[in-house]
Ligand binder design. Sequence first.
Ligand code: PGA
Length: 271
Amino acid sequence: MGKTTPGRHPSRRRPVPRPTLVVGNWKMRLRTGAAIELARALGQLRVPAGIEVVACPSYPALADVRRALVRSKITLGAQDVSAFGPGAHTGDVAAADLASLGCRYVIIGHSERRSAHGETDELIRRKLIAALAHGLSPVLCVGEQAEDRRLGRQHTVVSHQIERALRSVPPPHRRQELVVAYEPVWAISPGGPATPEDAFIMAQVIHQSLVDHYGERLTDSATRILYGGSVAADNVATFIDGDRIRGVLVGAESVEPRHFQHLVSAIPGGA
Ligand code: PGA
């Protein structure tokens, strides 16, 4: 992949600083009725100017949640996407459908999908291509297992995940971003969070992999790195430094409106 894209001037495309991103991954925690209730409650949240909140309900709730959020500042995302275009793919949901349902983001390669559904870097790569082709901004999840960290190989595991997932993947374009969430598998609740120092070191590793793939300019203008794994109101500020880590992916604490409001309010510059 070339370092730059001819004819594009990413630095001109994004003259204003991008808001801190807070992505709520509701997982399969809520039935549709509860998801609508949560969306209505989130619609009342005070979302400060420097923060973008993304709600990612499960597929069946997307249309209702979109309606519930219509007058709010909260953006919609999905938790997964098919690698295929429309056709004979039982159980899959096409990127085109997610886009027309109003999704701007889609989580791809979450560790729960890698482990429970055997998703490989190659499948994740094809999902990234599908998402980008339909105007979605992927939230690519990467992260090492506890055993990898014990053996000190977290850097290679994560940079290989990125390298393999991005092979021949075209760059984000127009308003798209490639978001990479560093989510060490052992830190996802009920595990405990990583230390901010470890998260910053891994963000540096991820940044370097992105620069190797996209070049410096495109990495700066069209990618961002999040931290995920047991993020809560009392630790969120320690992970976001506005430079290396510019947002968070939140699971358990995103489905309880009061906790989520506290979390959003605890973000530096977000009170
Ligand atoms: P958690 O989940 O915040 O509950 O640890 C994060 C995630 O799995 O995306």
